[in-house]
Design a binder for this molecule. Structure first.
Ligand code: CP
Length: 360
């Protein structure tokens, strides 16, 4: 890209025009040869894809159990390199992507803060991203700004190095790969109860600024007869854009601040923390809402098959004593992220057949 002020301003206008399009209009821009190239929005995934990616994750998980299977996986993408650009704090998204790359043999490099890149010398974000693409075949991004990951993919898709860009969490907006691993966890948890179709799920906590619940809500349109219960303090209710989307897609949802009344009704409880990092006044805002904590005594209220989930990290939302209950699946959920992300990377490089052929 040219660095002149004039060109920058034109590029900015083009970006703003693109950013303001409906998501459905943008999706072809993130495809190549009629396949997904970049993973930016949860709205990119349809039911056949969700079923396929969960099945591929299961196959990778199974292969990785043996030395021979693990070696086969490591020999699939040793000629590819991935960059992890994580400039907002992360533990499990970073580590699960890193380990997913290692499972498939990819080499990785990482930047975990803008203070150690040439951005401190005044290099633009666009040039920084373009520089990454000179060295690697895939860029995985975690960023505090909504829209940054989308812009990264938009910029690169206009260059000769159209490498896949994956959204590892973009501000309070979306976390599409978290939503994929959440679906994978729900489908595995309900495999003896005909899967996620027909189930009722409560999402609890800061629904207004929680990107995980936003992305997961989008994915629910792919499942038949699902009912969502949005349980939150008044000030953290789910935003209208998600509610409008669900209404348009015919997904049933109810809003309430009565946590305990919902617990006996649902097949899954998805707990989230208060996202204080997005507060305008963090020093004066409370992040302690005990009426929305899952306590040990609540285990008596939920159904015997009901799963308790959390994208983690947790603060006070789930009492540590709950961890021992077999219905608490959040530790499995975070590990599922590694298998699911390995499946996603394999799909993006078009090597899924090399995994599936081991099962023929
Ligand atoms: N669930 C999740 O995104 O966790 P991290 O912030 O630790 O990556």
């Amino acid at each position: 890209m040219n660095n002149s002020r004039e060109t920058k301003s034109q590029t900015t206008m083009e970006w703003e025009a693109f950013y303001n399009l409906e998501v459905g209009e943008k999706l072809p821009f993130f495809q190549q040869n009629q396949r997904m190239l970049d993973v930016v929005f949860a709205q990119q995934f349809d039911r056949p894809f969700l079923d396929f990616i969960c099945s591929l994750a299961n196959q990778i998980r199974q292969l990785a159990r043996t030395k021979m299977g693990a070696e086969h996986l490591r020999n699939i993408l040793p000629h590819k390199r991935a960059m992890l650009y994580f400039v907002q704090p992360s533990t499990r998204t970073f580590l699960s992507f890193l380990n997913a790359c290692q499972i498939l043999g990819l080499n990785t490099s990482e930047i975990r803060g803008t203070t150690t890149s040439s951005e401190v010398k005044g290099e633009s974000q666009e040039d920084t991203i373009r520089t990454f693409s000179s060295y690697v075949d895939m860029i995985i991004v975690r960023h505090p700004e909504s829209g940054f990951v989308e812009k990264t993919a938009w910029v690169l898709n206009q260059t000769e190095r159209r490498v896949p860009v994956l959204n590892g969490g973009s501000g309070p907006d979306q976390h599409p790969t978290q939503a994929l691993l959440d679906i994978y966890t729900l489908e595995r948890s309900f495999e003896n109860q005909s899967g996620l179709d027909g189930k009722s799920i409560a999402m609890v906590g800061d629904l207004k600024r929680g990107r995980t619940v936003r992305s997961l809500s989008y994915l629910m349109q792919n499942y038949r007869d699902v009912t969502l219960y949005f349980v939150s303090p008044q000030e953290f209710r789910m935003k209208q854009d998600i509610k409008d989307h669900l209404a348009k897609k015919g997904v049933k949802f109810t809003e309430t601040d009565d946590f305990e009344s919902v617990l006996p009704l649902v097949d899954g409880v998805y707990m989230t923390r208060i996202q204080k990092e997005y507060s305008q006044a963090p020093d004066s805002e409370s992040d302690y809402y005990p009426d929305f904590f899952f306590r040990k005594e609540h285990l008596e209220l939920i159904q015997s098959h009901c799963v308790i989930m959390h994208p983690l990290p947790r603060r006070f939302e789930i009492e540590v004593d709950v961890d021992k209950d077999p219905r608490a699946v959040y530790w499995k959920q975070e590990r599922n992220g590694m298998w699911l992300r390995a499946a996603l990377i394999a799909y993006l490089f078009g090597v899924e057949e090399k995994i599936m052929e081991e099962f023929k």
